[in-house]
Ligand binder design. Structure first.
Ligand code: ADP
Ligand code: ASP
Ligand code: MG
Length: 417
């Protein structure tokens, strides 16, 4: 059995003893897609301020701005310099924050927009996937003390070399959680385009149900295995600093999903919390090197290795499709035989309940076999079973597993036997 390893985060300086009533509210791309929605967000922030809170907002870029900026960069150059790419793609979040701040002024409130750098978000120097190493929140505190609503551009920071960095796709979640930690906020509200974390991607499985509460560990596994709703890193930071996350809809007042510490009820309640998937995952087969050397070089190249299997002299590992160029260069630089498959995706069942209920793996394998879906590689952790299957089988695998574990039924009606 292997366990997915998650890196610890350095302690965030400025981690404050809880200041009463500080709220961090993060709004994703769809939630700020046009000026009308930005105005709705501005109203929501003002309402939170009028309720007496110290309000810090983290905004994403409008709609598909980030995709569009990445596309522009590649239209200009086949391999844009990482530093310049970060200069470019960090801009989208600034646009959202400046516009929303203007709207807040017109609503009669004090507000200020800050870039990640101005907000004191210090990162390492890994362009495109920088990690936050410190939050120097002095300027935010000053603005809050002046009764302003503070809007921080998500997804970015300034490196220890004074360059603008970005935190990887979905990185505004991590900005929000890091700020919640640094400001001592009680919880971090993640506003998005669905009502919470579901038993599967609601866009793929219409019968998916909203989960009321998910443990940090389950959410880490779900995020790492494809549930796009939270960036993995944001969950790591939340877990390491015990900050509760509330994932909820921008477009309704409904209660969403709480991500928090595991408790007894979670374990007994549900066998499986969710089925997650990724449509594309590269699977590499390497011969003729030792794992220590191989994974050191891959880590240096910034490849996010997930599954690792070693049998005899062969090493098998998977990594996200977007890391393929880095992986290819790293492997070519080693004197090894390697091949890669790009026709696979991955479907995973995740649940803390697995620890106390045997038979989950058997049921998952039977279900896939009955549907004629072949398993290429299977990997388990104490709370996850992940199966690589052919890309074209991914959707069907998700639907079949969701049905087999009765995730479309209320928890109380599911059969655990
Ligand atoms: P935002 O722009 O607000 O950050 P994202 O697009 O990053 O939003 O994440 C929200 C999306 O995550 C949803 O629209 C949904 O399609 C997808 N998603 C995938 N798996 C899940 C899941 N298990 N629960 C909820 N959403 C999920
Ligand atoms: N705009 C960035 C992205 O699309 C960051 C974010 O929205 O969280 O990945
Ligand atoms: Mg996101």
């Amino acid at each position: 059995m292997t366990t997915t390893q998650f890196e610890g985060v350095p302690s965030l300086a400025g981690e404050a003893p809880g200041r009463a009533g500080t709220v961090v509210m993060k709004f994703g791309g769809t939630s700020v897609a046009d000026t009308e929605r930005l105005l709705a967000v501005a109203r929501r922030l003002v309402a939170a301020r009028e309720a007496g809170n110290r309000v810090v907002a983290v905004l994403s870029a409008m709609g598909d701005t980030t995709d569009e900026l990445v596309r522009l960069a590649h239209e200009m150059s086949p391999e844009p310099a990482p530093r310049e790419l970060d200069m470019l793609i960090s801009v989208g979040e600034r646009v959202s924050c400046a516009l929303a701040t203007m709207a807040i002024h017109d609503l009669g409130h004090e507000a200020i927009s800050l870039t990640g750098s101005q907000a004191g978000i210090v990162t390492d120097t890994a362009h495109g996937k920088a990690k936050i190493v410190d939050v120097r929140a002095r300027r935010i505190h000053e603005a809050l003390d002046e009764n302003r609503i503070v809007l921080v551009a998500g997804f970015q920071g300034v490196s220890t070399d004074y360059d603008i960095t970005t935190l990887g796709r979905g990185g505004s979640d991590t900005t929000a959680v890091a700020l919640a930690v640094a400001l001592g906020a009680e919880a971090c509200e993640i506003y998005t385009d669905v009502e919470g974390v579901y038993t599967a991607d609601p866009r793929l499985v219409p019968e998916a149900r909203k989960l009321h509460a998910v443990s940090y560990e389950e959410m880490l596994e779900m995020a790492a295995s494809g549930a796009r709703v939270l960036q993995v890193r944001s969950v790591e930071v939340a877990r390491n600093h015990r900050v509760k996350l509330h994932v909820r809809s921008t477009f309704s007042a409904a209660d969403g999903t709480w991500i928090r510490e595991e408790d007894e009820r979670m374990l007994e309640k549900a066998l499986i919390s969710g089925v997650t998937h990724t449509r594309e995952e590269m699977l590499y087969r390497v011969e003729g090197t030792d794992p220590a050397r191989l994974f050191a070089i891959l880590a240096e190249a910034g490849v996010n290795v997930d599954t690792i299997v070693r049998t005899g002299s062969e090493i098998l590992f998977s990594a996200p499709a977007e890391d393929h160029e880095s992986a290819r260069d790293a492997l070519d630089g080693l004197d090894v035989d390697w091949t890669a498959r790009d026709d696979l995706g991955k479907v995973s069942v995740v649940g803390a309940g697995m620890k106390s209920h045997p038979g989950v793996a058997a049921r998952a394998f039977e279900t896939l076999a009955a549907a004629g879906i072949e398993l290429e590689v299977v990997i388990t952790s104490p709370i996850k079973i992940a199966c690589h299957v052919r890309g074209e089988d991914v959707e069907r695998a998700v639907l079949e597993l969701h049905r087999a574990f009765q995730l479309d039924a209320p928890e109380a009606e599911r059969q655990h036997a």
